[in-house]
Design a protein around this ligand. Structure first.
Ligand code: ATP
Ligand code: MG
Length: 392
């Protein structure tokens, strides 16, 4: 029945002179998502509004799902756009709309009329009252309730008249590409894909780095990370994924450092290498899936020691979240099922039985001096042999 959608966006409306940049990004992101959907779509900007118009057959469900992945969209309203051919023609069209949309007429409603075009012969109030009367006349089972209507019927007089009464929630956030770039440390776990999603939701373009330790971690573990990047990319747009061979660095740490410090030292090298690629890619920060206290390497002491090696800001969107809340988002964005596949990640191979939970930075720095004669070369080799995959 619907040939068009009115796209509502909130936050970006307040961006002053930059507003058109945000709107253009939103339009481009909508176009990118709809390119995956069967059908022919046209995205149009018109005085502070965005419309998606369809031509010919299309799948309503798929279209709505695609739009629900576009950050920046607050509401998706299936809308009828009709030409202004006088009040009687409008009333007739509105009655048909109500009849087709609500087979059961036992509902309360309110007409919310807005006259954005001031040369329309009736005021907003007059239009709402007149249409309300027509509806009550045609469908006597309906009732008006101006405070808590079950159906809010919007009639907006713009160049065309907009008729809509449904608003499907969008994901909110800011359009991708409007906030700079960040480097996500992406593992095969539950947390980091969610962290990436949350940062992308703020308009940030993502890159990602995965530390791989063959033969201790398998090709399937790597494929799992690629699959996770793909799932995040459905929202964020294409992600450039670096796959770093971390085995020799891990073995070297394993050989030379106290085992209870392995994880923390390893995490420091991960951060350094990720930061190298972040700088190369003009990223403005690193992103991890860490959350205070979740494991030994995520106590506040451990986070401080890990953080110490970075020059860039490290964004940790999950820092104050419980596992359950994180899992809920993972399920919602469809990464959970992939994350719980049982392939080892490189941290689980080299974990100590009793990792330090309150490392001191001074102590860790001393342990790292044992790596001095080889580590720079190993880091350089890891960087030089990194594989880059464009995931979309
Ligand atoms: P996740 O579920 O994201 O793997 P986790 O609870 O398993 O997190 P850790 O293994 O301690 O926690 O990792 C903390 C963070 O460090 C991860 O969220 C991720 O950002 C990063 N990280 C850990 N392992 C890797 C890896 N192999 N490659 C890239 N980043 C990693
Ligand atoms: Mg992990």
């Amino acid at each position: 029945m619907y040939k068009a959608f009115l796209i509502k966006y909130a936050e970006i409306a307040v961006k002053g002179k930059n507003r058109y940049l945000f709107e253009d990004a939103l339009v481009a992101n909508i176009e990118r998502q709809l390119a995956e959907v069967d059908g022919s779509f046209q995205v149009r900007k018109e005085s502070g509004r965005i419309y998606v118009e369809t031509e010919g057959a299309y799948s309503y469900e798929e279209t709505v799902e695609a739009l629900q992945r576009v950050f920046g969209i607050v509401g998706i309203c299936p809308v009828l756009l009709v030409e202004d051919e006088g009040f009687d023609a409008l009333a007739e069209r509105v009655l048909r709309y109500v009849d087709e949309t609500y087979p059961d007429k036992h509902f309360t409603f309110k007409v919310d009329a807005r006259r954005a075009r001031k040369n329309y012969p009736m005021t907003s109030m007059e239009l709402a009252a007149a249409l309300g009367e027509k509806i009550l006349e045609a469908f006597p089972e309906t009732r008006v309730d101006v405070h808590h209507p079950q159906v809010m019927l919007h009639i907006e007089v713009r160049p065309q008249i907009n008729i809509y009464s449904t608003e499907i929630p969008g994901p909110g956030g800011m359009p991708t590409g409007t906030a700079g770039r960040a480097m996500l440390l992406l593992s095969g776990g539950i947390d980091s894909p969610v962290a990436g999603y949350m940062i992308a939701k703020r308009g940030v373009t993502l890159e990602a780095t995965y530390f791989h330790a063959p033969p201790y971690t398998s090709e399937r573990a790597k494929q799992k990370v690629i699959d996770l990047a793909k799932k995040v990319a459905r929202y964020s747009g294409p992600i450039r994924l670096r796959v770093v061979n971390f085995t020799d660095i891990q073995l070297c740490i394993y050989e030379k450092c106290p085992h209870e410090e392995l994880t923390i030292i390893m995490r420091r090298y991960m951060m350094k290498i990720a930061e190298h690629f972040a700088e190369e890619g003009s990223c403005l920060g690193l992103v991890t899936g860490e959350s205070i206290g979740q494991v030994a390497s995520q106590t506040m002491q451990s986070l401080a020691v890990t953080n110490e090696v970075c020059h860039m800001p490290v964004y940790r969107p999950l820092i104050a979240m419980d596992k359950q809340e994180i899992v809920r988002i993972a399920e919602q964005i469809d990464t959970y099922e992939t994350s719980i596949l049982p392939f080892e990640d490189c941290c689980t191979i080299f974990v100590a039985k009793h990792p330090v939970t309150k490392p001191s930075a001074k102590h860790i720095r001393i342990s790292e001096t044992h790596l001095a004669d080889r580590i720079d070369e190993l880091v350089q080799t890891a960087i030089d042999t990194t594989e880059t995959i464009l995931v979309n």
